[in-house]
Ligand binder design. Structure first.
Ligand code: ARG
Length: 399
């Protein structure tokens, strides 16, 4: 009996090619696992594709709820944007997919783990590290091991009768509930504007002439209600994706530093992430002290960096989780967003834990803030700076 290998399978070009390689070059019986993290693929179609490729067994696991609760919600608490732009959609899903593969690997007593990642991207790092954190089995990564390029893969797919849809021929796509990443093809020239038809979540033409409002209620850092509707975790993200996408919000286009050092041009559609992170960040500013705000943005940046870099399992990431979690007790309140022709702006916020005081802040006569207190404060606050500046002026010039 042939030995068994297991593979996270999306039904796309890379993973379809890998199934054939595992069968033909490694003589393995292949078990495929599709983890539903909201990629919106018909799982019956994916299962049929796997069957057509001759896999021994195919699993479909609906992990959408777990994805939102264990991965997306913590990323909202961390205002997670890698290099201030990328909401980590793909990066957050990889450790979960790999965990599910490991569960089935154990059940099926496989002898090898496989993935369809290239040696150029970040996903290999995320998969390898999660797989190695939970297993000592060998990892086979044919695209990386054989240094395959997309053209060779497309030819290989054609030769083996593997069907590839037309979008996949133009771009490399990865999508889940939190975002849709579009790479490759004409986008590889960073000066080329992405064509409108690359986008399917965010409207780019005939946008509504009137603004759309989104009211998001947070409880302890987590969005719990939108527009007065209590929605479960998955439905909430879907609702915001749809509404913000219709208003043209959520396209991100930037140059990204990959883990392996390559600079890549990345285009994303992330309507829900754009809105929820914007709203969460704003609410934190209202309920946190200035010291918390300053320090937490450093923690948030580090959290995003670790998750992007495939280090979901690192103890430092867990330590940062502890800090972030403790900071969320007061992040309860409502934020109002105005969406208009692709832009998003916070136009209102309220919280029972608000540190904003109208009585103190107002410029009107009823202010309770005695301005005379400020004179001494400013003298002390600037004492060293003003002294140092005076001394610098006395220093002989270098020229
Ligand atoms: N650059 C993003 C990341 O590393 C997106 C990767 C998308 N993957 C893909 N196969 N298109 O998380």
């Amino acid at each position: 009996m042939a030995q068994k290998g297991i593979l996270a399978f999306s039904g796309g070009l890379d993973t379809s090619v890998v199934v054939k390689y595992l069968q033909e070059e490694h003589d393995l019986d292949v078990i495929t696992v599709t983890v539903d993290v909201g990629q919106g693929e018909d799982h019956k179609k994916v299962a049929a594709k796997a069957k057509k490729l001759g896999v021994k067994k195919h699993y479909n696991i609906d992990a959408r709820k777990e994805f939102v609760e264990r991965f997306i919600f913590p990323s909202i608490k961390a205002n997670a944007l890698y290099q201030k732009k990328y909401c980590l959609a793909t990066a957050l899903a990889r450790p979960l997919i790999a965990e599910k593969v490991l569960d089935i690997a154990q059940k099926e007593k496989v002898t090898a783990l496989a993935h369809g990642c290239s040696g150029k991207g970040n996903d290999q790092v995320r998969f390898d590290i999660t797989l190695r954190s939970g297993s000592d089995l060998p990892i086979i990564a044919p695209i990386r091991d054989k240094n395959l390029d997309r053209t060779t893969e497309l030819e290989f797919a054609k030769k083996h009768g593997i069907e590839i849809d037309t979008v996949a021929k133009r771009f490399s796509i990865d999508q889940n509930l939190w975002g849709r990443a579009i790479e490759g093809g004409i986008l590889e020239d960073p000066y080329n504007e992405p064509p409108d038809d690359a986008f399917i979540w965010v409207k780019t033409k005939n946008l509504p002439e009137k603004p759309t409002y989104l009211e998001i209620k947070f409880a302890n850092g987590i969005p719990v209600e939108v527009d007065g509707k209590k929605l479960d975790a998955v439905r909430l993200i879907e609702y915001v994706n749809k509404k913000a996408g219709q208003a043209g919000v959520g396209i991100v286009d930037h140059i990204e530093d990959r883990v392996v050092g390559i600079k890549s041009r990345e285009v994303y559609e992330t309507p829900a992430a754009t809105c929820l992170i914007e709203a969460h960040t704003d609410l934190e500013k209202m309920v946190h002290t200035k010291h918390q705000n300053k320090f937490k943005s450093i923690i948030d940046d580090e959290w995003s960096y670790l998750v992007y870099s495939g280090l979901w399992q690192d103890p430092l990431k867990q330590d940062l989780d502890g800090f972030i979690e403790s900071s969320q007790y007061a992040v309860t309140g409502t934020v109002k967003l105005k969406l208009f022709k692709g832009s998003v702006r916070v136009v209102g916020r309220k919280s029972k834990y608000s540190l904003y005081s109208h009585d103190v802040a107002t410029y009107d006569a009823e202010s309770t803030f005695d301005q005379r207190m400020a004179n001494g404060f400013v003298k002390l606050w600037g004492m060293q700076s003003t002294e140092a500046n005076k001394l610098q002026k006395k220093r002989p010039s270098k020229t």
